[in-house]
Design a protein around this ligand. Sequence first.
Ligand SMILES: [Ca+2]
Ligand SMILES: [Ca+2]
Length: 239
Amino acid sequence: MKKRTTIVASFVALALPFVSSAALIIDSQGSGTLETDPFPGTFTPISATDLANSDQATFLSASDIDTGGRGDTTSRLFDGVAGVGVGFEAQFNTGSITINLDTSVNTLGYNISGINTYAAWNTGSGGRSDQEYTLTFIYMDDSFEEITNGTHYANTVAAADENGEVNVWTEVKISDDAGMIGTGVKSVKFDFLTGANAGGTATYTEFDIVGVAVPEPATLGLITACGGGILFIRRRFMI
Ligand SMILES: [Ca+2]
Ligand SMILES: [Ca+2]
């Protein structure tokens, strides 16, 4: 009996690093009221090198763009900069957008570890920084999975003369305690629910998709071969 207990304990100890509880973490990182200091460095910074930044080889396109009647300003989601004011805003009155990653080279898709969304609005135009959306991953085999949906940041403090919402900017960081939200991803889709915002409009300023390409089998083989070579050398010299 004792031996069995020991074996089980050893198994658990060995298995622990690989245990995946796969619990999604939605971190409403913060918000602020100052137009002059949006997204301070104490929060996760806007990235200009994430998978969805438009000048990266990993970014393919944005498709199925539906801004709900607003003009198409969606290129501002992928330019690596964020700020407050109409020059930074990508506006949606509900609608959706699909962000496609380039799989011509990375044919197995991408392992996604983080989705960071940033919203900001000009105080002169009303409260539009609540973040409400459904996030869906589309995988290499064309299957899809809803990752999360609902209100991810809601202003709760009313302020006079600002359409009842006080925050100028909000920041939401989505991750998973298993490390990866999804593997083999080729596209990321957002469907917007902007009912709580002034005028039913949400003004986002950047969407960052954080992750790495899934290693190709040839790469894995090389790593295995290198590992085998090191083992051979160690054994050789130990003998
Ligand atoms: Ca970016
Ligand atoms: Ca931007």
